[in-house]
Design a protein around this ligand. Structure first.
Ligand SMILES: Cc1cc2nc3c(=O)[nH]c(=O)nc-3n(C[C@H](O)[C@H](O)[C@H](O)COP(=O)(O)OP(=O)(O)OC[C@H]3O[C@@H](n4cnc5c(N)ncnc54)[C@H](O)[C@@H]3O)c2cc1C
Length: 502
């Protein structure tokens, strides 16, 4: 098994897209099979060495940044098989490769975190989601089976629909040795939001495969997954619609959203494919457009906001759906003549690239000023979103902190990036961030809807769930990882991990 120890060879594995500093490890190991992973973890448990699991390092919360011990890099677990619309893929398969292979067979894998260079294992470990989550939900919905190696070295095969928690929250996972992991689920209820990636997934009578999805490398190493695929949509219509008035933009979103949700819940016989039904509704505020103008001089000068949308079509519905969207654009007084629409794959890729360029520009900013990322990832219940957006805007308006607000408005989930240029601005940015956290929790929202908690946001998890529930989460982790070796520092501050190891 390949092991790297030289500083210049391992430095890429000591950081991620969070720009959390100070990552260090004695070595990086590259298992090529589940048996290799098992050997690494069993040894680490016996000598109490911390292990941090590494995917592609696109995570934004420091989850794969190690502070001691070894890094288990999944790069060589990269086998992919698609047969009869069934996809089996190892953890280190790059999502862009998986998407291309699926696409080539006229199939469709909906999860689409904006950054496609991530690995499948990383997306499952964070329950990643993205623009299409508005229609299709998060990664969890597409994971049918998982192979997971536990810190003891035991390999567990979990298939959806086979193993469930009891009604009192007790769980038991049988191991091939004849032993079982017996544990108790935490007693919290998850927030009532459309997306959630904060802490362990917990629900009465839940399918135990869901415990590992979104567990951020703290319970086991995901080595392989079987994924649900859908038929590839015949066509997609997408657009970037510009506005010079925010009330109009928000009214456009409200109508597009309501009609899309109604179209999905309506069981009538009217041809569904012919109805307006967005699969993505994404927001850019005025500041975001200011940044994007650095790269795109075609962004209209008078635009103060924009919406990116995607809608699936067929040859029979394409024209009528285009008509429906154009009526919506006119009704809500968008800058119709200056907006962009795409019906072929090449043009759609350009619009997606426009959407992707913004978080990349934000990350470049944080890197340039050497600051940690101050980026919100909160989602709130439907009825709270308008107030939350106003709260974001009012808190930042008139101040000297640069910021952008953009993202998944269809899911009541926009990212506020506050862009500090020095330590004083960073301190103020974190104070504002904390206010946003408190507000999200107060209105029943989640503190992370898609990026997870990692090391950057663990101090806020206690605000969502409270100290007792954090202790219950730590007790659950302890049942799987009694030596406390795996994903150390992710989700839990040290005080919550009762067994302290080296
Ligand atoms: C520009 C940009 C845009 C982004 N947009 C989105 C978005 O829209 N939606 C979204 O959800 N995310 C988004 N992200 C975040 C990121 O792409 C996802 O979190 C991604 O799923 C992480 O995958 P990765 O392979 O890079 O994981 P890493 O960053 O390497 O790891 C992430 C976490 O998962 C753990 N992990 C990795 N592999 C495994 C495994 N095999 N078993 C157990 N644990 C494992 C790690 O220990 C770590 O805690 C964005 C990131 C960037 C840089």
């Amino acid at each position: 098994m390949l092991t790297k120890t030289q500083p210049d060879e391992i430095q890429d594995y000591l950081a991620d897209a969070s720009y959390v500093k100070g990552g260090h490890a004695s070595r990086v190991v590259f298992p090529e099979s589940a048996a290799d992973v098992s050997e690494i973890l069993a040894k680490a448990t016996s000598d109490r060495t911390h292990v941090t699991v590494s995917g592609a390092g696109t995570g934004t919360v420091g989850g794969r940044v190690p502070f001691g011990g070894v890094v288990l890099a999944t790069n060589k677990l990269n086998q992919l098989r698609i047969e009869n619309a069934k996809c089996e893929a190892q953890a280190g398969v790059r999502l862009s490769d998986l998407q291309s292979a699926v696409n080539a067979q006229a199939l469709f894998y909906p999860p689409d975190p904006t950054e496609r260079s991530c690995f499948l294992g990383g997306t499952i470990a964070t329950n990643a989601s993205g623009a299409r989550t508005f229609k299709y939900g998060a990664t969890r919905n597409y994971v049918q089976a998982l192979k997971v190696v536990l810190p003891s070295g035991d390999l567990v095969d979990l298939r959806r629909g086979e193993l469930f928690a009891e009604s009192d929250g007790k769980i038991s996972i049988p191991l091939s040795s004849g032993r079982a992991i017996d544990a108790q689920l935490p007693t919290y209820s998850m927030p009532r939001v459309r997306k959630h990636a904060s802490g362990y997934f917990v629900a009465p009578g839940m399918d135990l495969i869901d415990l590992f999805i979104g567990s951020e490398g703290t319970l086991g190493v995901i080595v392989e997954a079987e994924l649900k695929l859908l038929p590839k949509p015949a066509g997609v219509l997408s657009g970037v619609v510009f506005f010079d008035n925010e009330e109009n933009l928000l009214a456009f979103v409200r109508e597009a959203r309501q009609r899309s949700l109604a179209s999905r819940s309506d069981k009538s016989t009217v041809a569904k494919g012919a109805r307006l039904d967005a699969r993505a509704i994404e927001y850019f505020d005025s500041e975001s457009l200011g940044f994007l103008r650095q790269k795109y001089d075609t962004v209209p000068a008078r635009a103060t906001g924009a919406i990116f949308f995607e809608q699936e079509t067929t040859p029979a519905t394409e024209d009528s759906l285009m008509g429906e969207w154009l009526v919506l654009v006119e009704t809500h007084h968008a800058l119709a003549d200056e907006s962009w629409f795409a019906t072929n794959e090449a043009d759609q890729a350009k619009l997606r690239e426009f959407r992707h360029a913004l978080p990349v520009l934000m990350n470049e900013w944080f890197a340039r000023y050497g600051q940690r990322k101050v980026s919100t990832d909160m989602a709130v219940p439907d009825e709270e979103f308008a107030g939350m957006l106003r709260f974001y805007q009012d808190s930042l308006r008139g101040g000297d902190l640069r910021h952008t607000i953009f993202g998944h408005i269809g899911d009541n989930h926009v990212h506020v990036n506050i862009l500090p240029r020095n330590d004083d601005e960073a301190a103020r940015a974190w104070e504002i961030y904390h206010r946003f956290i408190r507000r999200a929790v107060d209105v029943g929202g989640t503190i992370s809807a898609e990026h997870g908690i990692g090391k950057l946001k663990r101090d806020y998890l206690v605000e969502l769930y409270g100290d007792q529930h954090l202790r219950e989460m730590a007790a659950l982790k302890h049942s799987f990882d009694p030596a406390g070796i795996l994903g150390r520092g992710n989700m839990f501050a040290e005080e919550y991990l009762s067994v302290v190891s080296r």
